[in-house]
Write a protein that binds this ligand. Structure first.
Ligand code: HSE
Length: 432
């Protein structure tokens, strides 16, 4: 049995899960492989972590990551600190010292992935990052290897469990956003400061990684449009439901000729769309490829052991030499070329859900539909409820596919009508 020595930096929840798998006496790795990753050392800035771990004496514990980086016996560094600094410096140092790297750090890869990949190639080493997207779901391997024969046409997924939990709770139990968030925080799904999740930033980091691999292209992370779920109103979930749609926070990368739309936002999906049935903290990603057609991967997108499962899969890839071969052979990791233009938000093309708050009198609908028609926006269905909100009635419309720039112009003009009260709410709809 050959051993491949691992140094683990950052001993939080996922790190403890990785250690648990690597230290298991009857590990499935030992049953399946002739060459296994072996935990050699752990670094964490908090010295109290050691007492909680109950580590075998042969495993080095240090509060100084440099000790692992400088240890010639360690062949691969697992970075599980998260954030940009000092994770970036640690990964850079590991590569410069001739070590392969495994990381779950989606923010770092979204923001500085190309630079780090170049560094890895310069030193003939690899960076593996299966755990950065979708927790235990092997989505990176699927996109990179399993779907290699395909031109990827679209990637559309629920890649954030916290927001999916909140939206599921709002939909099923008809509780407000604030109450659903408070429950998610109580259960430990949402952080005390939930900004990264609820503003769609975490999803956009993951989308950056998926889109770069799927489309074999590079782009500036800032080009990803993102919008979160803070302003999702319970009434829109009800009206959408009545019209046959479920509201989800989606991460979408879609190719249209030489342009790619990269967007994260709340969106309506038909009830029978496979992503509509993804509940609670689960994640799922739909891929459309030129040969495979449609495929969906589903599973736990976060949590200690699912994420540790992905980290250990990467460690095995490194130990078997597969990570190095993949890294040196795939153009995705070397060229960083921008092969496609990134669509501006005004170029997005979707169907829309619109909710106007109007005075209930003759001619209002005709005026609104007239302005929408002027901007080439065709109405697919309309519902009006009797329920009055401050003396006004909600008028809900679904449109056919239209360019967002046209919708913005139409809504600005409609807002000037004296029969329109309050701001108009709009949500994008994914029909395909
Ligand atoms: N905060 C993320 C989520 C998990 O809620 O899905 C880590 O990527």
């Amino acid at each position: 049995m050959k051993a491949f020595n691992v140094g683990l930096i950052g001993m939080g929840t996922v790190g403890a899960g990785v250690a648990r798998i690597l230290l298991e006496k009857k590990s499935p790795l030992l049953e399946k492989l002739d060459c296994v990753p072996v935990l050699k050392g752990i670094a964490d800035s908090n010295p109290e972590v050691k007492s909680k771990l109950n580590l075998p004496s042969e495993i080095l514990f240090t509060t100084d990551g440099q000790q692992l980086l400088n240890n010639p016996d360690i062949q691969v560094i697992v970075e599980l600190i998260g954030g940009v600094h000092p994770a970036k410096e640690i990964i850079t140092a590991a590569l410069e010292k001739g070590k392969d790297v495994v990381t779950a750090n989606k923010m770092l890869l979204a923001l500085h992935g190309s630079e780090l990949f170049r560094k890895a190639r310069q030193h003939g080493k690899s960076i593996s990052f299966e755990a950065s997207v979708g927790g235990g779901i092997p989505i990176i391997a699927a996109l990179r290897d399993g779907f290699i024969a395909n031109r990827i046409e679209s990637i559309c997924g629920i890649v954030n469990g916290t927001t999916n939990y909140i939206l599921t709770k709002m939909t099923k139990e008809q509780v407000t956003y604030s109450d659903a968030l408070a429950e998610a925080q109580k259960l430990g799904y949402a952080e005390k400061d939930p900004t990264m999740d609820v503003e769609g930033i975490d999803s956009s980091h993951k989308l950056a990684i998926l889109a770069r691999i799927g489309f074999g292209t590079d782009f500036d992370y800032a080009r990803i449009y993102h919008e979160g779920i803070r302003s999702v109103d319970l009434s829109d979930i009800w009206y959408a439901h009545e019209l046959g749609y479920t509201l989800k926070l989606l991460a979408i990368a879609k190719k249209d000729n030489d342009t790619i739309e990269l967007r994260v936002h709340p969106a309506l999906l038909p009830h029978d769309h496979p992503l509509s049935s993804v509940q609670g903290v689960f994640n799922a990603i739909c891929i459309t490829g030129s040969a495979v057609g449609e495929a969906m991967l589903y599973g736990k997108g976060a949590g200690q052991m699912p994420t540790a499962s992905a980290v250990v899969a990467d460690l095995v890839d490194v130990a078997l030499g597969r990570a190095g071969i993949t890294f040196s052979a795939m153009k995705t990791f070397s060229r960083g070329s921008e092969r496609f233009a990134i669509a501006d938000v005004l170029q997005f093309k979707t169907c829309y859900y619109l909710r106007f708050s109007v005075v209930d009198k003759p001619g209002v609908l005709a005026k609104i539909s007239g302005i929408l028609g002027k901007y080439e926006i065709s109405i697919a269905s309309v519902i009006q409820h009797k329920a009055k909100e401050n003396g006004n009635v909600p008028l809900v419309m679904m449109t056919h596919r239209a360019e967002e720039g046209n919708l913005q112009k139409a809504l600005a003009e409609i807002q000037q009508l004296d029969t329109i009260k309050d701001d108009t709410k709009f949500l994008r709809v994914e029909e395909e």
